[in-house]
Design a protein around this ligand. Sequence first.
Ligand code: GLU
Length: 308
Amino acid sequence: MTDAIDYQEIFREIVSGFTDADDRGDVAAYIPELGKIDPRKLGIHLTTVEQIHYSFGDSDEKFSIQSIAKVLSLTLALKILGKDIWTRVGVEPSGSAFNSLVQLEYEKGIPRNPFINAGAIVVCDILVSCLTDPKVELLEFIRETSGIPTIDYCSTVAESEKRMGFRNIALVNFMKDFGNIHNDADLVLDLYFHLCSIEMSCKEIVQAFLFLAADGINPVTKTTVINSQRSKRINSLMQMCGFYDEAGEFAFRVGLPGKSGVGGGIVAVHPGKFCIAVWSPKLNENGNSHKGMKVLEEVTTKTKFSIF
Ligand code: GLU
């Protein structure tokens, strides 16, 4: 049972304590469609494993979850392929940018982990190999996992990303040359861009990720999303690799497994206690939400609920 804590009051305190210095960073304009978002948006939602909800600000507004979705595609690929997935993608922090090509050259086309772009593209390649209609089946899985049938791709964002996706195009071709992409590169990228374009609110993200706080079972839908060992492993990967080359800083400041996206969202999990999502579109130089990190740092400091 989660100790009775008034998270609502904590959110209010944190936000009212923000100063001009906290209002730093830039919206991710390298995907033109993301550059149109109002940078002042701020949403927070926390749900405990007992399903008590706490929310703040724009927590019901949908936004582009971007790389946060990579946790869900990994979950599906793990369900389908099991441990064989680890012959195609590693489980080590990258310590380099989310879209970096450098390590791939040294490591012969095997991405460091499933959350950098290269790794998520390999996971998409696995899904293209294993599913008949990957875009449809991936979406169905996310809808079922979360119990939210309205979750959808945003074709405008997917198109916007495709038009400017030169780095991701380079990554998929580079890995294909090493033999680690088995399908047509365009087909794999189409799934990848759609995955990143998924739109959800903070509240919906929390509902979709709550299984990671409850040993693989979604307490809302009561369905087993994945077994507890794999749930543990996904949390471990988020802890080590969920924040590009800032995973150490996130662990240091927040102390929870989590995953960020360049849409300004961050989801974090306290196994056995709660799941929380924060959305604030201005990103720091590593591509993580500046205020999002600050909110989560203060939540774990004020409640003393980190995993450490
Ligand atoms: N769709 C983004 C890209 O491939 C994902 C980046 C992110 O959220 O980390 O550049």
